[in-house]
Design a protein around this ligand. Structure first.
Ligand SMILES: *Cc1c(COP(=O)(O)O)cnc(C)c1O
Length: 343
């Protein structure tokens, strides 16, 4: 047995590669609060241009880019429509209420995506006793949905509906590059569907830190002010932004390897007798259910003992995520451990 721990808990566990660190060391930097960091400016422009947006804003985390977007798109007392499984609702510390003083209406369904009919049913009429619905947030790929992607047609329909209804449409694109390579989206056409997009560089793209928020110039101007208020104004942040530029150049097309490896792991899980159901992975997130909470806890412990780390993701559910630091050899070893522990 090898001594290497295979860490499938999240795609956030990657360490910067040698090439990435060299890019970071070589980055020209300046004070970004003064707008003087050439590498941050280059990353913001590059990301915005990729998606056909006017401007970008580099932030420490995807939580911050989402929270800033929600604050800029809403006024206090407004209502935000999102999926009940969404990150902005579940995993950002109640930030919609805390930061934006807005409330939420949730789409509930077994999937992770929202249809126009589901969103439309939650939009308030224009009465002064009802909260003003001002924002819809979609997540692509969906984390709790097991890396599920929207179809182009679904997003086009949501985008059209939001435009016609005078609602802002924000994308939590923490793993948007996974969606883009998997669905082979035209990136400019895709970008055009949203008023703003939050893109994580520290997930599948493998940087140590950072997310970029993109949108129209006037939106990003206000977002810069909110970032400062939230304590996200960084100084010589070009060292971090350089990793982002490197990641966008080097680590996007290879995401399909992660998707293939997740599918391979799913096959091994489906063969294991303790696994009740593995949700077929579309991208790099793999969710599967065991018989019970006890079975799940035992499985996590025994997988870990064999050198395979995963996380609990529900009462009887486990999540595994493939990423940049996982090789084909690691997948072979993972399959061996899965059949040993879960069969
Ligand atoms: C990881 C993640 C974020 C942002 O998380 P940070 O850890 O704050 O960067 C946002 N949305 C989704 C769906 C995520 O998975």
């Amino acid at each position: 047995m090898s001594n290497k721990v295979i860490d499938l808990r999240s795609d956030t566990v990657t360490k910067p590669s040698k090439g990435m660190m060299e890019a970071m060391f070589a980055a020209p930097v300046g004070d970004d609060v003064f707008g003087e960091d050439p590498t941050v400016n280059a990353l913001e422009e590059k990301t915005a241009r990729m998606f056909g947006h006017e401007a970008g804003l580099f932030c420490p985390s995807g939580t911050m880019t989402n929270q800033i977007a929600i604050q800029v798109h809403t006024s206090p007392g407004d209502e935000v429509i999102c999926h009940s499984s969404s990150h902005v609702y579940n995993y950002e510390g109640g930030g919609i209420a805390r930061n934006a003083a807005a409330s939420t209406k949730l789409v509930h369904n077994d999937g992770a995506t929202m249809s126009v009919a589901e969103v439309k049913a939650l939009v308030n009429e224009d009465f002064d006793w009802l909260a003003n619905t001002s924002l819809v947030v979609a997540e692509d790929t969906s984390n709790r949905g097991g890396g599920k992607c929207y179809n182009t047609e679904e997003l086009e329909a949501l985008s059209r509906f939001c435009k016609d209804s005078n609602l802002s449409f924000h994308l939590d694109g923490a793993r948007v590059m996974n969606a883009i390579v998997e669905k082979n989206h035209d990136v400019l056409a895709y970008g055009n569907l949203f008023d703003s997009i939050s893109i994580c560089l520290s997930k599948g793209l493998g940087t140590p830190v950072g997310s970029v928020l993109i949108g129209p110039k006037n939106f990003i101007k206000e977002a810069r002010r909110v970032r400062k208020v939230m304590g996200g104004g960084m100084r010589q942040a070009g060292i971090l932004a350089a990793a982002g530029i490197y990641a966008l150049d080097q680590n996007v097309s290879r995401l399909t390897d992660d998707h293939d490896r997740a599918k391979e792991l799913a096959q091994a899980l489906n063969r294991a007798s303790q696994v009740v159901h593995a949700i077929p992975p579309e991208t790099n997130i793999l969710l599967f259910d065991l018989q019970s909470k006890e079975a799940k806890e035992a499985a996590l412990l025994n997988l870990e003992k064999e050198g395979l780390r995963a996380v609990s993701f529900g009462p009887a559910r486990i999540r595994m995520v493939t990423h940049l630091d996982i090789t084909d050899q690691d997948i072979d070893e993972s399959k061996r451990i899965i059949s040993k522990v879960l069969d």
